[in-house]
Design a protein around this ligand. Structure first.
Ligand SMILES: [Zn+2]
Length: 188
């Protein structure tokens, strides 16, 4: 995966908890993973398992060690990934449409994993195959997707992730449910 994810998590921890906490997170990592995290550059490519280790360390130091903090980190990552201009641009999509864009964006940040999505009543079912197997990554991704849907105007967004490769299923299914904003009348 691209190193930008490491930079985003670093920024999140420093903004929310401060530099000293970031050092405690680094201290939780095995030395080879720590090296990758500390030397990651945004456009470099890194093993996604290092990112999983980093997420678990942040959840342990800043959260309760139950992966509960990772949805929030995923949401924060959207804010860092997308600049203000791109966010305005997102408003022209509906939540259902954005998923087609996200599936394409994915390959810019990840070198494995394939998305298939279908429109269902009140949402989209998206299946990810062939990506890393780690629940920490999937929880963080759920938070990322939820925030992305909110930015396109999705209301009451929920992302359920019961079928997961980390739980022995064949693929990861993200059941995204949301209300779409009403179509804007002309002249607005
Ligand atoms: Zn999963």
């Amino acid at each position: 995966m691209k190193g930008i994810g490491f930079a985003n998590v670093h920024a999140y921890v420093c903004e929310q908890y401060g530099e000293a906490t970031w050092q405690r997170v680094l201290n939780e990592l095995k030395s080879d993973v720590r090296y990758e995290v500390e030397h990651a550059i945004a456009i470099g490519w890194y093993p996604v398992r290092c990112f999983a280790d980093l997420l678990r360390a942040v959840d342990k130091v800043c959260g309760r060690g139950d992966l509960g903090l990772l949805k929030e980190i995923g949401a924060a990552e959207v804010e860092h990934d997308l600049n203000r201009v791109l966010r305005l641009f997102l408003r022209v999509f509906t939540p259902s449409q954005i998923f087609k864009v996200e599936a394409r964006l994915w390959s810019h940040f990840q070198d494995s994993g394939t998305w298939q999505s279908i429109k269902v009543p009140n949402g989209v079912d998206a299946t990810l195959t062939g990506w890393a197997v780690d629940l920490a990554l999937c929880v963080e991704l759920s938070g990322y997707l939820a925030r992305l849907l909110e930015l396109t105007g999705g209301r009451d967004v929920r992302v359920n992730h019961q079928r997961c490769r980390a739980k022995g299923h064949e693929a990861c299914l993200f059941e995204m449910r949301f209300g779409e904003r009403p179509k804007q009348a002309k002249g607005h």
